[in-house]
Design a protein around this ligand. Structure first.
Ligand SMILES: [Zn+2]
Ligand SMILES: [Zn+2]
Length: 387
């Protein structure tokens, strides 16, 4: 059973229908989600983010957990009885039994006191669940490449990035806060902050998004033009198949640098909490959508806001697209700066780094910027900008 499971997780491509594979994978997904959720109920102080801890209602979580156990267990049992992919169904059923043995939906979380170091396991589970449901649906509805399967090549590497970047959410938040307060406190002005907070909600949100995107444009461009920074950013550009999960391939060094420099002016200008929350939701959705396998160009609006088409070109290997389309939210910044892609083709044909020198796998990519071969790639004169 274990070798078949290993084989499945190491492979890619469309799952054969009518064999119990599709339903088995859904059952296994339910089973694994249940195990992780039960663990977060047992150890919320270490496995949950304080923000979600407050927002998550047990009355909501328990039915979700029970539903996952019933659906996952039901599908697995039916497949076992029908003899469809029994090795997969047995693994899924074992996960459901394990979550039931650990207390299932009835687990009573302990009372929490004080702050402890934590990893965002709850954030990982909920974001993976929500993103899979929403974005796979959108990708199936408006597919750019209809034949591209959900389990496309290198999905394992990107899922590992997704996993680690979510678990490290607390550490990244702490480090970013530290750098922002340590290096940018001198610029804070109470008068300016009061003026910003007195703006109407929509205007304040627009100002925040514009300030953040101008900074992200500059930092992103520096990552392409400075060889030291490119080594970190090359990891993101090494993706050869774009979909909703692909944008998760980010080196933690890049995440720290980008977040610190983008959050610095936001902190200095003192935007209100509600505006910040709206910004985080919008940017989170747009960042995932821009990488998704969707045929979305938005007509004339594409000159104003960043669309999947605009960002797909940023990942292109086509010569005319190298070092172009840096903006994350407002495409007009690139048009104003003369860095927008001007192509007669509608979509790029190939993605990735020229020369394809970034290794595959999470750990190899984590170490890549510090290796000699990353430095030599730059001295070859290959545009740091490889893309
Ligand atoms: Zn880039
Ligand atoms: Zn990207």
């Amino acid at each position: 059973m274990l070798s078949r499971l290993r084989q499945l997780t190491q492979s890619h491509g469309a799952l054969r229908t009518g064999t119990g594979l599709v339903s088995g994978v859904i059952a296994l997904g339910c089973g694994l989600t249940c195990v992780l959720l039960v663990l977060t109920l047992h150890f919320p102080q270490y496995l949950t983010t304080p923000e979600l801890r407050q927002a998550l209602n047990l009355a909501l979580l328990r039915p979700l957990l029970l539903g996952g156990m019933v659906v996952g267990g039901g599908i697995a049992l039916a497949n076992l009885l029908l003899g469809r992919a029994p090795w997969l169904s047995a693994a899924a059923f074992a996960c459901v039994v394990l979550s039931a043995l650990m207390g299932g939906y009835k687990v009573q979380p302990p009372e929490l006191s004080g702050r402890t170091p934590y990893i965002g396991l709850d954030w990982f589970v909920l974001d993976l669940l929500g993103s899979t449901l929403v974005f796979v649906f959108i990708e199936k509805l408006f597919p750019l490449r209809p034949k591209q399967p959900v389990f496309r090549p290198e999905w394992q590497t990107d899922l590992a990035h997704f996993f680690v970047n979510h678990l490290l959410v607390g550490f990244v938040l702490l480090a970013t806060n530290f750098f922002v307060h340590r290096f940018f406190s001198w610029a804070v002005s109470v008068e300016v902050q009061q003026a910003v907070q007195s703006l109407p909600f929509v205007l304040e949100l627009c100002v925040l998004m514009l300030v953040a995107d101008v900074i992200q444009y500059a930092v992103h461009r520096a990552m392409h033009e400075l060889p030291f920074l490119w080594r970190f950013h090359a990891v993101h550009h090494s993706i050869k198949t774009l979909d909703w999960l692909a944008g998760s391939r980010l080196h933690v060094g890049e995440v720290l640098l980008m977040r610190t420099l983008v959050l610095a002016p936001i902190y200095v200008l003192g935007f209100s909490r509600e505006v910040m929350d709206a910004y985080i939701v919008i940017i989170g959705f747009q960042a995932v959508l821009n990488h998704a396998n969707v045929d979305l160009r938005l007509g004339w609006l594409r000159y104003l806001v960043v669309t999947p088409n605009f960002h797909h070109w940023h990942h292109s290997q086509d010569k005319e697209a190298l070092d172009r389309n840096y903006a994350g939210q407002f495409a007009f910044i690139d048009y104003l700066m003369g860095t927008a892609v001007k192509s007669t083709k509608t979509w790029p044909s190939e993605y990735g780094v020229l020369g394809d020198y970034v290794p595959l796998g999470f750990w190899r990519q984590l170490l890549f910027p510090f290796q000699r071969r990353a430095r030599s790639q730059k001295s070859d004169g290959h545009s740091p900008s490889g893309c």
